[in-house]
Design a protein around this ligand. Structure first.
Ligand SMILES: [Zn+2]
Length: 188
């Protein structure tokens, strides 16, 4: 079954008439939107990082914080959104700063669970930049929790992945967490 036929089946499944005027073009739009929201499957994060690696003597923490994250939970096919904070300590190499938000997008534009998204970003940075350590924190709100009620409207899921120095050295981890001033709500 192609995607548009599948969307028509879904519409009929919820009791709608897929042929009525307002829904006529919906399967086409949904297919287009879904293909964009999952375009990360067809992009190569390693190539993205490798094309912008630079040799430097800088060895302090590099932090890119408040990166917008828009992804879709693989359990409900509903969005989750929030902020990602990424840090690493270079070991002779840095990557162009603009590549980090693009790396986040590449993994976010797939069907995800927040925990795996967090780990994939950290592990890709570890593998390609080979830093002394890397830390990733994501704070996000999940529509599958918000929209289904049960008094979960304001809950924020926080996930983190700490590797190398961020895992082994508590002061490093604390420096990262204080610099992103984590306060438990995305975008606030
Ligand atoms: Zn979900």
């Amino acid at each position: 079954m192609d995607m548009q036929a599948a969307v028509r089946a879904l519409l009929a499944g919820v009791g709608e008439d897929p042929g009525r005027e307002g829904l006529d073009k919906t399967p086409e739009r949904v297919e287009k939107a879904l293909k964009f929201l999952t375009s990360g499957y067809h992009q190569d994060p390693k190539a993205l990082i490798n094309e912008a690696l630079f040799t430097v003597s800088y060895d302090e923490m590099v932090i890119i914080k408040d990166i917008d994250v828009f992804s879709m939970c693989e359990h409900h096919l509903l969005p989750f959104y929030g902020k990602a904070h990424v840090a690493y300590i270079p070991n002779g190499k840095v990557v162009g700063l603009s590549k980090i938000p693009r790396l986040v997008d590449m993994f976010a534009r797939r069907l995800q669970v927040q925990e795996r998204l967090t780990t994939q970003i950290a592990e890709m940075i570890e593998e390609t930049i080979q830093p002394r350590g890397v830390g990733v924190v994501i704070e996000a709100m999940h529509f599958c929790m918000i929209m289904r009620g049960v008094e979960k409207q304001n809950s924020v899921a926080v996930t983190s992945c700490m590797l190398g120095g961020f895992r082994e050295r508590q002061p490093t981890r604390e420096e990262f967490l204080s610099l992103i001033r984590f306060h438990g709500r995305p975008g606030v």
